[in-house]
Each structure stands twice: as structure tokens, then as C-alpha cells.
Write a protein that binds this ligand. Structure first.
Ligand code: PLP
Length: 388
């Protein structure tokens, strides 16, 4: 019997997104312009922040934010080992060096005591990049306190956390800069894309200039201001990080659906948690009930079990049942570049190492049908229950 493959993730694209893209394609303006401006305005309004600046990836957004904070050669930036390589690579773009710390055993977010330890011990740290793993916000009050105490900047890697809150306030309103991702499998998507939010006018200005070649007016402005249309000034060797209006067209409608998509993912997570509670799995939960968790990822951890099923075997068995899954993350201390360049050892990151060895991300996306959710549940239960 053929069963349909259930992917680990799938974007939710409706007729609204398709029609908006078609409208843009027919409009004659494809690159950064009115649709990007609209997306930025609506995003800023939703988050409740002064500036939302669209870029073509979260990686670009992290790079621009650190650049605007003045991070440069010889500086150090703290982040965790339990993240995607983009979080750390942007530090290298600027000639600075990441300092990796271990994570909290429940949330896989940065371990606050270890963060305090490196801020106290290591000279030259200029910024912290907390990562809101899976969509659970970090302890931003403690991070903000530490940042103040040691006079370092904070750039949040919020690639997973949209929409999400901390202490009742939306993620995107806390730090010098917060960076969201609209990569294809993220909570909302533009195919590729991202957004920086900030209340800091100077940082916003620098990011806007540097996202487009260091030109002091963006292309749209150039055609709508009193100066002659052909005139522009280059004030720095900037980057090419602007979002297209084609992508923004998708984003405008994804933003409007963001809460509905999140609600469905949370509901799926709750159904999974109920169905798996007697299995040898450590289940994800929202550690602060009053906070909105984006549920970008639903990550279980395989515990010791009678059939001795390892994480790798579990993934193979799911694949045999035509169910996709993934691992978030292979920690950076295991990646050849980071490991060798900085001489990192697993023994320095015991918590991240332990999570990595047992973690599996199960399918959780808004368009999953109840039938698909039940197929995942049956498959997972069969793997642990079958006595063969
Ligand atoms: C996806 C992701 C990024 C990079 O996002 P892009 O938009 O693809 O550049 C950065 N950090 C984390 C934690 C991510 O999961």
C-alpha cells in the first residue's frame, strides 16, 4: 500500500499570496518598492516597533545589525553552540570571533549563568546573539541586565520566534535589533527573506543604507524625491541585501495569517504531547505559560527505551513509514570549521551535546491535516510499541 509522504515542513501559501505576486509582476516594479514598504509598515505596526527593515535573509539581517553596532575585527560576540551556522558566520564576516556557550537543558536557549561567566571572564566581548530556539523566547530580562552591566549590544536571532512574546511583550521590541527569517520553512515565509526590527533611529538608518550598496537613499526614494532621479551618493561599501517586491507580496499576506498559522502549530503540538506522554520521549513544552511560543519546531528527545531505539534509528523507522523529520541542530562545536578553527570540544558543551544526540524534529506545519497528524502519532507509537 502506498502512503503519501508527510514532509517535516511545508509552507502555507494561499490564493492571496499568489494574486499579490501576480499583481506585482504585472505592475512593472519587481525590486524593493511599494510592496516592500507596505510589508515593512505593517510588520512594524504588528510588532509595535518604530522601524522594520526588510532584507533578503535573516543572515543578511544579522550581518547588518552587527555591522551597525560597530562590531569589527578583533571583537568578540557571544552566542550558543546550539544554532544554525548563520548565527556565527556573520560574526566572521566582520572579522570578529564568536564565543560559544552551552544551553539550558529544557529550552536549548542560552544558559544565563554560563553567559554571565564568559562576560565576566573574557575580554573584548561587544555583543550577544541570543537564539529563541524553536520559538520559545530566551530570558530577555536577564540577558538585558547582563548586557547593561557589561555594556554590550544585543541582537536577537529570532529566526524561529514569530510571532512570539516574552513577559507579555512581542519579540522584536526588546533589543537594539531583532532579526526574523522568512526562509521557506520558517513560521511565515517569502521564499527567502527577513526583517530587522529596532526602535533605534541611528541603527535603522545605518542598516537601510548598508542593505543597498551604502547608497544614502533607497531606489524607491530615488524616484520619489525632489533631487533628480538619477542622483545618489555612496557613503560606505555596502551590501546587496534588499528584499524584492515579489517576495514582499508573499510576506504581506503571510503576516496577516501569522497568528492563525501559529495557533494551528500550537494545537498540533498539544495533540502530539497528549498522544506521546507515555512514550520514552522528552516532550517540548512552553516553559512560561503566559508567553506566546511560536512553535516553529516540535522537537522531541529520545530517552532510554526497552527496544534500544537510537535517535538515528528512530529517524530511519519514520522514513520507512513515509514520514519526514529533521534534527535541530547539529551543534556548531561539531561542525568542522567551528570545531577546528576555535578548537572546540564536545566536553565543553555537555548539555548541547546531549540534546543533539537525542533530538528529532517531527512534522509540525499549519497545513497538516488531522489525518496526517494521526499518521505521525501512529507511526511514533508503533516504533516504540512493536515487539518484533
Ligand atoms: C534559518 C535560521 C537562520 C537563517 O535564516 P535565513 O533567512 O535563511 O538567512 C538563522 N538562525 C537560525 C536559528 C535559523 O534557524
Amino acid at each position: 500500500m502506498e502512503t503519501e509522504f508527510i514532509p517535516f515542513s511545508l509552507p502555507s501559501i494561499g490564493e492571496e499570496e499568489i494574486n499579490e505576486v501576480v499583481d506585482t509582476l504585472r505592475s512593472g516594479w519587481l525590486t524593493t518598492g511599494p510592496k516592500t514598504r507596505q510589508f515593512e509598515e505593517e510588520f512594524a505596526q504588528y510588532v509595535g516597533v518604530k522601524h522594520a527593515i526588510a532584507i533578503n535573509s535573516a543572515t543578511a539581517g544579522l550581518h547588518l545589525s552587527l555591522e551597525a553596532l560597530g562590531i569589527s575585527e578583533g571583537d568578540k560576540v557571544v552566542t550558543t553552540t546550539y544554532t544554525f551556522t548563520a548565527t556565527a558566520e556573520v560574526v566572521r564576516y566582520l572579522g570578529a570571533d564568536p564565543v560559544f556557550v552551552d544551553v539550558d537543558p529544557i529550552t536549548a536557549n542560552i544558559d544565563i549563568e554560563k553567559l554571565a561567566g564568559v562576560l565576566e571572564k573574557i575580554e573584548g566581548i561587544k555583543a550577544i546573539i541570543p537564539v529563541h530556539f524553536a520559538g520559545q523566547s530566551c530570558e530577555l530580562d536577564k540577558i538585558t541586565q547582563l548586557a547593561k552591566k557589561y555594556s554590550v549590544g544585543v541582537v536577537e536571532d529570532s529566526a524561529h520566534a514569530f510571532p512570539a512574546t516574552y513577559n507579555g511583550k512581542k519579540i522584536g521590541t526588546f533589543s537594539e535589533a531583532t532579526v526574523f527569517s522568512f526562509y521557506a520553512n520558517k513560521t511565515i515565509t517569502t521564499g527567502e527573506g527577513g526583517m530587522i526590527t529596532t526602535d533605534n533611529d541611528a541603527l535603522a538608518e545605518r542598516v537601510r543604507v548598508m542593505r543597498l550598496h551604502g547608497i544614502n537613499r533607497d531606489v524607491f526614494n530615488r524616484y520619489h524625491s525632489r533631487k533628480p532621479a538619477w542622483y545618489y551618493e555612496v557613503v560606505a561599501p555596502g551590501f546587496k541585501y534588499n528584499l524584492t517586491d515579489i517576495a514582499a507580496s508573499i510576506g504581506i499576506h503571510q503576516l496577516r495569517k501569522a497568528e492563525a498559522l501559529r495557533n494551528r502549530r500550537e494545537q498540533i503540538a498539544q495533540v502530539y504531547n497528549e498522544a506521546f506522554k507515555d512514550l520514552p520521549l522528552e516532550l517540548p513544552r512552553n516553559v512560561r505559560e503566559t508567553d506566546v511560543h511560536s512553535w516553529h519546531l516540535y522537537v522531541v528527545r529520545i530517552k532510554a527505551n526497552p527496544r534500544d531505539i537510537s535517535r538515528d534509528r528512530f529517524i530511519e523507522l519514520l522514513a520507512e513509514k513515509n514520514i519526514g523529520s529533521s534534527v535541530h541542530f547539529i551543534p556548531l562545536h561539531l561542525q568542522p570549521y567551528w570545531r577546528d578553527h576555535y578548537g572546540l570540544n564536545s566536553s565543553d558543551f555537555p548539555v548541547a551535546q546531549g540534546i543533539y544526540e537525542s533530538a528529532v524534529s517531527l512534522p509540525n506545519f499549519a497545513d497538516m491535516t488531522d489525518v496526517q497528524v494521526n499518521r505521525v502519532i501512529s507511526a511514533v507509537r508503533e516504533i516504540f510499541e512493536s515487539c518484533s
